[in-house]
Design a protein around this ligand. Structure first.
Ligand SMILES: Cc1ncc(COP(=O)(O)O)c(C=O)c1O
Length: 444
C-alpha cells in the first residue's frame, strides 16, 4: 500500500464506500477526476439534508414556535461548526450561495460604500479615482470580474500581478504592483488551474508593509476543501469558499470577514431579516452576519454542509492534504515523462495542490477530454474560468485532473495511461512519442 491508498487510518477503498456515486465496483467504472469543479457527496451529507427537510423544516429566525427555535438552533449550530472548521468566529461567517457570491458581497458592498450609501464607519471600503485594486493574472473569473466592476463603478484602477511561463506569480511580482494607493489585494490561496499554493503568510506581511490601507481578499475555494484552514490566523480580511467543492451541497458557500469589517461593510443585498429598524425612508442594519443574509436561507443545505465538515474533520485535513498532494506528485512525475505534453503550474518535485492541468501539443483540450471520457476518465477541459491565465500561457484551453478524498492511485494511473495515447490517436505523435505506449511503465 502506498501513501496514496489511505487517509490516516482509513483506506481510500473504504472511504469510497461512504459515497453512493462510487457504489459500482466494476473495474471499468469511470474514474472521477473532476472534483475541482464539483465534489461527490457522502451518503451522510445527503441524509443530513433529507433529515432536516423531513423532520425539522421550519422558518429560521422567524416566529416563536418550538419548531422555529429548533430549526434556528440547527442553522446557527451549523454556522458554528463551519466557522470552527475555517478558523472564523461565529459572527465572522456569512452564508453565501457559493464563493462567487461571497466575493461579490465584498465588491458590491464596497461599491455601495464608494457611492456614499453608508456612514463614516464604511470609509475603509470607499474607493475613488487614484485608488488601486490588485489581482493576479491567474485568478478564476469569480475573483477577477467583481473587481473589474468595482473599478469601473468607482474610477479606481485595476492592476494585475503577472505570471511566469508556468502560470505562477511570485512575491516579487506582487511587490511590483503594490503602492500606498492599493486598497484591495485579491488572490487565490490555491489556483484552480496551476495548483499553486500561494505563500499566504508572506503575502499578508508584504501587503501590510507596502499597502497599509489595502484589504486582503482570499479566494479559498480550492483550499478549504483540501487542506487545514485558519482564516483568523492567516490574517486575511475576507475569504470565500463553496460548499459543493467540499463534499457539501450546491447552493451554499461562505464569506469569512473580520468581525469589525463585516459590521461596517454595507450589505449588497437587502430585505427581510437584515435590519433592526425600518421606516418608509430608510433602514438600519443588524451587525454581521445577519445583515448580509437577506431573505429565507437555504437551511437544509447549510445543515448538510456542517455534516460535510464533520466528515472532513474526522478524516483529518492534514491527512487529506497529504493524500491529494501525493496523488498529484505521482501524476506530475508520470506526465513529465510523456513527450508533447506540457504541465501547467509547479513542475515535478515542487509542492502543489491535488490538481494538475496539462496542454497536449497539437490536440485541442476538448478532443483530449472526449478521448479520455471514452477511456473512462472524467476530467475538466476548457479555460476553467481563467482566460487571462491561459492567454498568458499561449493556450486557449487545458485538460485538468483533480483529486479528492476518494481518489485512488489507480485512477491517477488510468488518467496517465489514457493521456499517453492521445497524441498517437490524433496523429500528432512525433519520433519522441515512440516509447510512450503505456504510462504504467512510466509510473512504477
Ligand atoms: C479558485 C476558484 N474560485 C472561485 C470559484 C467559483 O466557485 P463557485 O462556482 O462555486 O462560486 C472556483 C470554481 O471553480 C474556483 O476554482
Amino acid at each position: 500500500m502506498t501513501i496514496s491508498d489511505s487517509i490516516g487510518p482509513r483506506a481510500v477503498a473504504d472511504i469510497r464506500r461512504d459515497f453512493p456515486a462510487f457504489a459500482s465496483d466494476a473495474a471499468n467504472a469511470p474514474a472521477y477526476l473532476d472534483s475541482a469543479a464539483t465534489s461527490q457527496r457522502p451518503a451522510r451529507v445527503l441524509d443530513a439534508e433529507r433529515d432536516y427537510l423531513e423532520r425539522h423544516l421550519a422558518p429560521v429566525h422567524r416566529g416563536a414556535s418550538a419548531a422555529v427555535g429548533l430549526s434556528t438552533s440547527l442553522f446557527e449550530d451549523a454556522r458554528a461548526t463551519v466557522a470552527r472548521f475555517v478558523g472564523a468566529g461565529e459572527r465572522e461567517l456569512v452564508w453565501a450561495e457559493n464563493a462567487t457570491d461571497a466575493l461579490n458581497i465584498v465588491a458590491l458592498g464596497m461599491a455601495d460604500a464608494s457611492a456614499g450609501l453608508a456612514g463614516p464607519e464604511a470609509s475603509v471600503f470607499a474607493l475613488g479615482p487614484g485608488d488601486e485594486l490588485v489581482v493576479t493574472e491567474a485568478e478564476h473569473h469569480a475573483n477577477l470580474i467583481p473587481w473589474q466592476r468595482l473599478a469601473a463603478r468607482t474610477g479606481a484602477t485595476l492592476r494585475a500581478v503577472r505570471v511566469d511561463e508556468h502560470g505562477l506569480w511570485s512575491l516579487d511580482a506582487l511587490a511590483a504592483e503594490l503602492t500606498e494607493r492599493t486598497r484591495v489585494v485579491a488572490f487565490a490561496e490555491v489556483s484552480n488551474v496551476t495548483g499553486y499554493l500561494a505563500p499566504v503568510a508572506h503575502v499578508v506581511s508584504l501587503v501590510r508593509e507596502r499597502s497599509p490601507r489595502a484589504l486582503i481578499v482570499m479566494d479559498a475555494c480550492q483550499s478549504v476543501p483540501h487542506r487545514p484552514t485558519d482564516f483568523g490566523a492567516a490574517g486575511v480580511d475576507f475569504a470565500a469558499f463553496s460548499g459543493h467543492k467540499m463534499l457539501g451541497p450546491n447552493g451554499i458557500g461562505g464569506l469569512y470577514g473580520r468581525a469589525e469589517l463585516l459590521d461596517a461593510l454595507p450589505p449588497a443585498r437587502t430585505g427581510g431579516s437584515t435590519i433592526t429598524r425600518v421606516t418608509l425612508e430608510r433602514a438600519e442594519f443588524l451587525p454581521a452576519p445577519h445583515r448580509f443574509e437577506a431573505g429565507t436561507q437555504p437551511v437544509s443545505q447549510i445543515v448538510a454542509l456542517a455534516e460535510a465538515v464533520r466528515y472532513l474533520d474526522e478524516l483529518g485535513m492534514d491527512a487529506v492534504a497529504a493524500h491529494e498532494q501525493a496523488l498529484a506528485a505521482r501524476l506530475v512525475d508520470a506526465v513529465d515523462a510523456l513527450p508533447g505534453i506540457r504541465i501547467i503550474g509547479p513542475q515535478a518535485g515542487v509542492a502543489r495542490a491535488g490538481l494538475v492541468a496539462v496542454v497536449v501539443d497539437g490536440v485541442h483540450a476538448h478532443d483530449v477530454g472526449q478521448y479520455l471520457d471514452e477511456a473512462g476518465v472524467v476530467v475538466r477541459v476548457g479555460h476553467h474560468c481563467a482566460q487571462p491565465l491561459h492567454r498568458a500561457l499561449g493556450a486557449t484551453a487545458s485538460t485538468r485532473a483533480s483529486a479528492h478524498v476518494y481518489t485512488t492511485a489507480d485512477e491517477v494511473d488510468r488518467f496517465v495511461d489514457a493521456l499517453s495515447g492521445v497524441r498517437r490517436f490524433f496523429g500528432v505523435a512525433g519520433a519522441d512519442d515512440a516509447g510512450s505506449t503505456n504510462a504504467a511503465a512510466v509510473i512504477v
